[in-house]
Design a protein around this ligand. Structure first.
Ligand code: PLP
Length: 976
């Protein structure tokens, strides 16, 4: 076999097929496909026999309605070898020019400690984990998130922080929406400090409009009329670098019953008085500079912290401490009722996937450096900035910023372009703030040489700069004396216990060992598509050419990224049938929101402002109604029939009722019930005839790629969860990417980003802080599609569907399968009904989920979309042996239930009720259970040499919610 290992030969993303000279010497096309797809050809044959289908193709014909089938190949070409894909990505990375970016504006250079890079970011034990809905197998990442929350409450001086939000700008929008809900003031305007980052302002505008909130942008000292607003946002330090004291403004807001929000830089907070001390009610910001590379905009973890009074209004996930059945402390997600799938149309936020992996990294950065280390970094950065300012002043440059932390704004008038150009030729990007003003932000990576180079951009007299370099030294502090931080922070033991690399390494390993991720077992979570995140796909994300790019770098420096986006857009269009893609939304839910905004803008452009009703079937994912709500739409729920399908009669009736004001219908396809509804085309036609638009929730693309295209059967817009179908790992609950595909008529309404030159796509304002969302993880999806090619992608879909039907064949005799398609098949997932078991013997769906842990499995999706059920999605990546291991465990559990049915013991006395069993439980001297220790920990099929031991037993959620503790114990409690 020959391998064409040269990347440059196909640098424009064209297929190697087009290279005439090498025809016949193609790389080993498709060699990755059998690595990605679990079942071998023999396994597929035997599984087809089990499900009773003559061939994969025949199974597909029994599963997908003929009316929606794609009629031609996608045209992506053959799959490439891993070697070729890496070579090509290396070329793309090299086409990005990595400069020293001193642009600031919310994004800074940072040093990711190698021990964290290797053992978290590059470690599948962390990045392939799922959102910790099953806390007993998630204690490691829950502890890491608790560290993050504690770090945030300590730095901000507020009482309670969530476990991350998507980015600083959307966090600001969430804070505004929250302030609107909780403020005593009945005003309808929100004040935004002119010192806020422009991308934050852009996202606030987007969010404010459908909510009917008016924004007032101005200077807090002169323009804020507290009585006229329900809240205000201050940036601290401001986007120009200035550090202003917000206390007078905050007092005025409070006197008027309004809420004060501060967007604060966590590194600055180590040396500046905290938002809590200044009286702020809410603090938000980005933790990017705590070790997370800029990544051309993301992913990074944003944070939100609030006063105790509003803990129940906090959007996003919150980790809390509770106790397990043995009375030991244990972590779990607190206040689960805030989860959006329960709030549905009453939801106030659509946040689902957040930024867990990045929050874990930022939290560990704080653990590793400790409070003294963080303060030392901050002081060094500040010292360098004072030196920079002094030098610039000595050179006669007008430095506008008097009080600053790490950022200066200078006024250079007509000389700006020359200075920018000189800086660039020295490898440095400065911020062009317009009107002759330049911004310079220093960071952890800045060296004295960087400062000398910046001086050189302002002064062509080489000898003068050289002379100044010799005396480069910090000038006196430029922090306002009244705002210098006096309070201690990060006093908890965890922030003092891992300052050697040995300790850190072992701490990370210890936490990872507590968790079940894809590196140990299948995670059969329906709707979440926990498939292989191949190592080769992950390698490029830490290459400097991708991860060290500033999101607002001049466009000519980002050619590699632009080429990657162009390929990916073309492929996603080929896969979906759409005409254009926006990469801005950084989660599926943000994609929904962006898509619905596009639909609204389209109706408005057609003069149909009355079209505000959004029809959503009862089976929809909770983010659908939440996003519709946020987009200013009125949600009308459409019923489902007994077969789980959208009730066509009800749909017809509601379309007719709302014909005049129908904006959109949101349909998940195949449905969250795991079936391809026959009526999909008919529903789309119906909605179009009434003048509405069709939003197809693309979370289930893993059941369609290569077989059906949403745009062909009626979709106008869809989001693609790249962290589901397209192999971006879930990271324990983020990052993700939710780009949207649209048909041509919606293209003008895709999100733009006024903060980035040359990238504005459409007329709709920004939905994310960065123009391309979490750009640095897009190489993962690029690699996946390029490795698989047309045939591999289609085969993946077919095997995903085969695997689900195989599970149905093996388990349907033991558990009723709730919904099936017209010919008795399920799509890529299936729902098992456990309610009859609950009704007959009292064993709950939770008992079953927890008992699966004893068998070494992560539970399927519990009680979504139907309460009391398991939704199982095996994906194509799981081989037959693993599927059998899972089915055997499910069948063995059914036998445990049968013993209760036969009256041998009660549910209360069964292993099901007391699961999961920890090592300390089964080795305790006293054993008072009605089953043996052996039965507890080694139920049938569990190989003792592969045993997974949970570290906590069943967690008491109610206890944790009654006694809410959401940060690490402090030193005093520790010493008790
Ligand atoms: C996962 C999912 C979403 C939300 O995606 P996030 O990336 O978590 O915001 C929406 N709809 C369906 C059907 C999903 O499965």
């Amino acid at each position: 076999m020959f391998s064409l290992a040269s990347g440059s030969a196909h640098s424009s993303g064209c297929s190697v097929d087009t290279l005439p000279v090498f025809a016949g010497l193609k790389p080993e096309a498709g060699t990755f496909v059998p690595r990605h797809i679990g079942p071998s050809a023999d396994d597929v044959a035997s599984m087809l026999a089990t499900v009773g289908a003559p061939s994969l193709d025949a199974l597909m014909r029994e599963t997908l309605p003929e009316a929606i089938r794609a009629t031609k190949p996608m045209g992506i070409g053959p799959g490439w070898s891993e070697v070729d894909v890496l070579a090509h990505l290396r070329t793309l990375a090299s086409q990005n020019e990595v400069m020293t970016s001193l642009i600031g504006q919310g994004y800074y250079g940072t040093v990711l400690p190698a021990v964290i890079q290797r053992n978290i970011l590059e470690n599948p034990a962390w990045y392939t984990a799922y959102t910790p809905y099953q806390p007993e197998i998630s204690q490691g990442r829950l502890e890491a998130l608790l560290n993050f929350q504690t770090m945030i409450t300590e730095l901000t001086g507020l009482d309670i922080a969530n476990a991350s939000l998507l980015d600083e700008a959307t966090a600001a929008a969430e804070a505004m929406a929250m302030a609107h809900r909780v403020a005593k003031s009945k005003a309808t305007a929100f004040f935004v400090d002119a010192e806020c980052h422009p991308q934050t302002l852009a996202v606030l505008k987007t969010r404010a409009e459908p909510l009917g909130i008016a924004l007032v942008v101005g200077c807090p000292q002169t323009d804020l009329v507290a009585a006229d607003v329900f809240g205000a946002l201050f940036q601290y330090p401001g986007t120009t670098g200035t550090v202003a004291d917000p206390r007078t403004a905050i007092d005025a807001l409070h006197a008027a019953g309004a809420i004060a929000v501060m967007a604060a830089d966590p590194l600055a907070l180590t040396v500046l008085a905290s938002p809590g001390e200044l009286g702020a009610d809410i603090a938000i910001g980005s933790t990017q500079r705590f070790g997370v590379p800029m990544g051309f905009g993301g992913p990074h973890a944003a944070y939100m912290a609030v006063r105790d009074a509003w803990k129940r209004n906090l959007p996003g996930r919150l980790v809390g401490v509770s106790v397990d059945s043995q009375g030991r402390p244990a972590y779990r997600l607190a206040l689960q009722t805030r989860e959006q799938h329960i709030r549905r149309e009453k939801a106030t936020s659509n946040i689902c996937t957040a930024q867990v992996l990045l929050a874990v990294i930022a939290g560990m950065y704080a653990v590793y450096h400790g409070p003294d280390g963080l303060a030392a970094i901050a002081k060094r950065v500040h010292g360098l900035t004072t030196a920079l300012a002094a030098g610039l002043k000595a050179l006669g440059v007008t430095v506008e910023t008097e009080h600053f932390f790490d950022t200066l704004t200078v006024q250079v008038g007509a000389g700006a372009a020359d200075i920018l150009a000189r800086a660039r030729s020295a490898g440095i990007n400065l911020r062009n703030a317009g009107h002759g003003r330049l911004g310079i932000s220093l960071d952890e990576t800045t060296t004295p040489a960087t400062i000398v180079a910046v001086w050189g951009a302002f002064c062509t007299e080489q000898s003068r700069v050289e002379a100044m370099a010799k005396t480069l030294a910090p000038a006196p502090s430029a922090l306002p004396a009244s705002l210098v931080r006096q309070s201690a922070f990060l006093t908890q033991p965890v922030f003092r216990s891992c300052q050697s690399e040995t300790d850190m390494l072992r701490y990370l390993r210890r936490l990872a060992d507590k968790d079940l991720a894809l590196d140990r077992t299948m995670i059969p979570l329906g709707s979440c598509t926990m498939k292989l995140n191949a190592t080769v796909e992950m390698l490029p994300i830490t290459w400097p050419g991708f991860c060290d790019m500033h999101p607002f770098a001049p466009i000519e420096q980002t050619k590699g990224y632009q080429a990657l986006f162009a390929d990916l857009e073309q492929w996603l269009c080929a896969i979906s049938g759409y005409d254009a893609v926006s990469f801005q939304p950084n989660s599926g839910a943000q994609g929904e929101y962006a898509g619905l905004l596009a639909i609204s803008a389209y109706h408005r452009a057609n003069g149909q402002t009355n079209r505000t009703v959004c029809l959503i079937p009862a089976s929809a994912h909770g983010t659908n109604p939440a996003s519709a709500q946020m987009a200013g739409m009125k949600v009308v729920v459409v019923k489902c029939d007994a077969g789980g399908n959208i009730d066509l009669e009800d749909m017809r009736a509601k379309v007719a009722t709302h014909a005049q004001d129908l904006s959109a219908v949101m349909i998940t396809y195949p449905s969250t019930h795991g079936v391809f509804e026959e009526s999909m085309r008919e529903i789309c036609d119906l909605v179009h005839q009434a003048g509405g638009q069709v939003y197809v929730d693309g979370a289930n693309m893993n059941a369609q790629v290569g077989l059906a295209r949403p745009a062909d059967y009626g979709g106008d817009v869809s989001h693609f969860n790249l962290h589901k179908t397209f192999c971006i790992p879930h990271g324990g609950g983020g990052p993700g990417m939710g780009p949207i595909g649209v048909r041509a008529h919606l293209k003008p309404f895709l999100p733009g980003n006024p903060a980035a030159e040359g990238t504005a796509q459409g007329t709709t304002l920004a939905v994310s802080a960065a123009p391309y969302g979490s750009a640095s993880i897009l190489p993962i999806s690029w690699a996946y599609i390029r490795l698989m090619g047309d045939d591999g992608l289609q085969r993946a879909t077919e095997v995903a569907i085969l695997n689900a039907n195989y599970i149905v064949s093996r388990l349907a005799g033991a558990y009723p399968v709730l919904y099936r398609g017209a010919k008795g098949r399920v799509a890529h997932e299936c729902i098992l009904d456990l309610r009859p078991i609950k009704d007959s013997v009292g064993v709950t769906v939770d008992d079953m989920a927890k008992r699966l842990v004893d068998y070494g499995f992560h539970a399927p999706t519990v009680s979504f979309p139907v309460a009391g059920t398991f939704m199982i999605e095996p994906t194509e990546s799981e081989g037959k042996a693993e599927l059998d291991r899972f089915c055997d465990a499910m069948l063995a559990m059914r036998e445990e239930v049968r013993a209760i049915e036969a009256g041998k013991l009660t549910a209360e006395h069964s292993a099901l009720r007391h699961a999961p069993h920890t090592g300390s439980m089964v080795t305790a001297t006293d054993w008072h259970y009605a089953y043996t220790r052996q039965e507890a920990s080694f139920p049938p099929g569990v190989n003792p040499s592969r045993k997974y031991w949970p570290t906590v037993s069943r967690i008491d959620n109610a206890h944790g919610d009654r006694n809410l503790v959401c940060s690490c114990p402090d030193i005093a409690e520790w010493m008790e």
